[in-house]
Design a binder for this molecule. Structure first.
Ligand code: ZN
Ligand code: FE
Ligand code: FE
Ligand code: ZN
Length: 270
């Protein structure tokens, strides 16, 4: 990737604790430094509150290891700024348990992601066949409904990959503009940001999350922005951020958010 013209921040990356990422945190930081990023944030998958699955997330006992590991790289990589965050799922009925985990450490921000619809991990390659039994339009409606509930839960600062449901290329036949507009209003009212997540380019759908027409709706609703590569490999840190910045500008964004301890630390121009 060529050098970035603006100082861009990558707020979405993982560690091997989730069971499906490679590379030590210091390798993620090294790559960030090598491509000229000034700030990154680790946002590994928070322990699942509904069940344990070592291939999907760390477990609760590993949380102190995660914190220590990132604190260590943070102290080694100054002036690169390193934030400590989490990517957590909104699982209806488990709000208290989720809240307890997210409040157990002074995280800089929490990314709220929907990866499950009624316990079905719709973006998990291992559960991909179940799409064949599904009404795709209904899956999309259920997905947007969960996104809105996630934002309204107050558990999260940033909503992750907000059209992840398209990951394998399943497309709704209905026009979902109304669903997205409704979701954008809820995001704005709940005070959450939305991320441009470049990992979709590396998935079967071969598109960023969210799609341009979708991101435009969030921008017009006044929902603030962050950037994330969703790197599960050090070499993916900051990947395609030139395209992400171009997308942000094309739909009308002029700035993005920097977080510290669950508050907006400052706003950065793009
Ligand atoms: Zn992951
Ligand atoms: Fe995710
Ligand atoms: Fe992620
Ligand atoms: Zn993610």
């Amino acid at each position: 990737m060529s050098a970035l013209m603006t100082p861009i921040v990558d707020y979405h990356m993982h560690t091997p604790l989730c069971g499906h990422a490679v590379g030590a945190p210091k390798e993620y930081a090294q790559h960030a430094r090598a491509i000229g990023l000034e700030e990154i944030g680790f946002s590994d998958h928070a322990p699942l509150v509904s069940h344990d699955d070592p291939k999907i997330t760390m477990n609760i006992k590993q949380l102190p290891i995660y914190h220590k590991m990132i604190e260590e790289v943070r102290s080694q990589f100054a002036p690169l700024r390193i934030k400590i965050a989490m990517e957590a799922d909104f699982i209806p009925g488990f709000e208290d348990k989720t809240k307890a985990i997210l409040q157990s450490y002074p995280y800089d921000y929490i990314i709220g992601s929907v990866h499950f619809i009624n316990r079905w991990g719709f973006d998990d390659p291992a559960e991909r066949e179940r799409w064949q039994q599904k009404d795709i339009n209904q899956v999309y409606h259920d997905y947007y409904d969960l996104l809105r509930k996630s934002a309204e839960s107050g558990l999260f600062d940033i909503m992750g990959h907000v059209d992840l449901v398209k990951k394998f290329g399943h497309r709704a036949t209905e026009d979902l503009t109304g669903e997205i507009e409704k979701t954008a209003k809820v995001f704005k009212k709940s005070g959450v940001a939305v991320e441009i997540n470049t990992s979709g380019l590396r998935k079967p759908v071969k598109e960023m999350y969210p799609a341009p027409e979708c991101l435009k709706i969030y921008c017009q609703a006044g929902v603030p922005l962050t950037f994330g590569s969703d790197a599960h490999d050090p070499l993916d840190v900051g990947k395609d951020f030139d395209k992400a910045v171009a997308l942000a500008k094309a739909v009308g964004y002029k700035e993005y958010l920097i977080f510290k301890q669950r508050k907006v630390e400052r706003v950065q121009k793009i």
